[in-house]
Design a protein around this ligand. Structure first.
Ligand code: ZN
Ligand code: ZN
Length: 185
């Protein structure tokens, strides 16, 4: 093709069109408009309400052994995971997660914000009602170097663990912890 070709200009038309199409597709991705969830009930409520709409732009990648699904936005490559929030009547919602290999994600999926929320709320409530004071005696759990609680044979950590094991306190959320959701144990 020479510079003098009269069709030179029109040769670019398909290219220009495809850029326009790409721009349209980019504009169609709304991932960045959905914030990370706040660990409050209203935030989960809101996300449940718009999850169907968000999922329309996502591609399904995989389902983990624990039953979570991993999705990807085909436009910006953002990864999303779902959860069924049992405390909200098992309703589904999706949340953004960091980049990860699907194989790694299959071994352990990300922790669920609804479980983190319930865990935090339960623990806060528990510590409001119960003041745990350290004694000067050692914890009786094998190999533990902490001091036991007053009127107790266990330290704070092992006492809480015991309550969780017996179902008297919510268990620490399963799954990979990730930013910005950081819940202390
Ligand atoms: Zn996106
Ligand atoms: Zn201990």
């Amino acid at each position: 093709m020479t510079k003098g070709n009269p069709h030179f200009g029109t040769d670019y038309t398909p290219f220009i069109l495809s850029v326009k199409q790409l721009t349209t597709i980019r504009m169609a991705c709304k991932c960045s408009t959905y914030p990370d969830l706040e660990l409050i009930r209203e935030s989960i409520d809101k996300r449940i309400a718009i999850t169907k709409g968000i999922k329309k732009q996502l591609q399904f990648l995989s389902e983990s052994p624990s039953g979570d699904s991993l999705y990807k936005c085909a436009v910006c490559q953002q990864l999303w995971q779902n959860s069924r929030a049992w405390n909200w009547g098992n309703k589904e919602y999706v949340f953004k997660v960091p980049n990860i290999d699907v194989a790694d994600w299959m071994i352990e999926s990300f922790a669920l914000p609804d479980q983190m929320l319930i865990y935090s709320a339960t623990m806060n409530d528990y510590f409001k009602k119960n003041t745990l004071v350290e004694s000067d005696k050692g914890c009786q759990k094998n190999g533990c170097g902490n001091n036991a609680l007053l009127n107790n044979v266990l330290c704070r950590e092992h006492f809480i663990q015991n309550l969780q094991q017996f179902g008297l306190l919510t268990k620490f959320p399963r799954g990979r912890m990730f930013s910005p959701y950081l819940v202390g144990s």
